[in-house]
Each structure stands twice: as structure tokens, then as C-alpha cells.
Design a protein around this ligand. Structure first.
Ligand code: IDP
Ligand code: MG
Length: 152
């Protein structure tokens, strides 16, 4: 099933000049970028994005970090994209993330784990609406004509 996921390259990824490499991983996998922007996040947006963690001890630090410098927001589309992207991202605690995953290859600290990805269909829909209120793009790549053939 074609799905869309919200992916953030957090401020550490921008600071560490890893934006291109992270985007490349998704492109190389065959996933399609349907939204992409660099932005400095307001406190309100960061708090809404991480509202589920509002009671956690790390919440204030997380919001401060997410608003500290620009980050990249992406909408990514593809077959089973939500689960595929989460698998590519790896475990929350980078020291537990498998080699070959983005966190397992490029991160070490849980507070600077480089990337966010939607964890389910409902959160993906809510997060895409939050980060891309202007909407995302629909377009067909040449390869989509084959991938989306009947039964494909
Ligand atoms: P996820 O990003 O893999 O979905 P969540 O459990 O949803 O992980 O946590 C959201 C974010 O909060 C994490 O990506 C990480 O940046 C931060 N975080 C989670 N646990 C801790 C912690 O114990 N200390 C500091 N930051 C944390
Ligand atoms: Mg999460």
C-alpha cells in the first residue's frame, strides 16, 4: 500500500552537514520525496510535534534542541513507506541501532539521534498536516508507471 511518512532531519543533522547523505538514503531506496523544506521551528510547533512526550523528563531539552537551529522536514512516499522508513532510521537509542540504519551508522546519542520518522498511519497523517499545512505534491516519476502497474 502506498503510504506517506513525515521525516525530520533534526538540527544535529543540519549542523553535521548530513542532510544530503540522509536524503540520499531515501532516494537510493526508491522512496519518493513529495515535500521538502528547511525551517527554524517555533516552540509551539516543536511542542505540538512531541506532545505525546510532554510529561517526559527529557521534553524541555528536546523542545529546546529542536528549536535551536534549522532542521529539514520531508514528506516521503512509497510502498509501505511508514514501516520501511522506520526500519531505515533504526532504534531510538543509537547505540542500540543496527549498523546499516541511519542512526546505527551516523549517530551515538539519544538526544541527538539525527532523525525523526512517523511511527504509524495515524501519526503520519497528523504529522504531515502539522508540518506541511500547505500540502504535499503529487507527481508521477517514469519508474512509478511500472511500479504501480496492476498487481504491483
Ligand atoms: P523515536 O524518535 O525513535 O520515535 P521516541 O521514543 O518517540 O523515539 O522519542 C522522541 C525523541 O525524544 C527521540 O527521537 C529522542 O530525540 C528523544 N528522546 C527519547 N528518549 C530520550 C531520553 O531518554 N533522553 C533524551 N532524549 C530522548
Ligand atoms: Mg516517536
Amino acid at each position: 500500500m502506498t503510504e506517506r511518512s513525515l521525516v525530520l532531519i533534526k538540527p544535529d543533522g543540519v549542523q553535521r552537514l548530513l542532510v544530503g547523505r540522509v536524503i540520499s538514503r531515501f532516494e537510493e531506496r526508491g522512496l519518493k520525496l513529495v515535500g521538502l523544506k528547511l525551517l527554524q521551528v517555533s516552540r509551539e510547533l516543536a511542542e505540538r510535534h512531541y506532545a505525546v512526550h510532554a510529561d517526559k523528563p527529557f521534553f524541555p531539552g528536546l523542545v529546546a534542541f529542536m528549536t535551536s537551529s534549522p532542521l529539514v522536514a520531508m514528506a516521503i512516499e512509497g510502498p509501505n513507506a511508514i514501516g520501511v522508513v522506520r526500519t531505515m532510521v533504526g532504534a531510538t537509542r543509537p547505540w542500540e541501532a543496527a549498523p546499516g540504519t541511519i542512526r546505527g551508522d551516523l549517530a551515538l546519542e539519544v538526544a541527538q539521534n539525527l532523525i525523526h520518522a512517523s511511527d504509524g498511519a495515524e501519526t503520519a497523517e497528523a504529522e504531515l498536516a502539522l508540518w506541511f499545512p500547505e500540502g504535499t505534491l503529487a507527481y508521477t516519476r517514469e519508474i512509478d508507471r511500472w511500479a504501480l502497474a496492476p498487481g504491483g
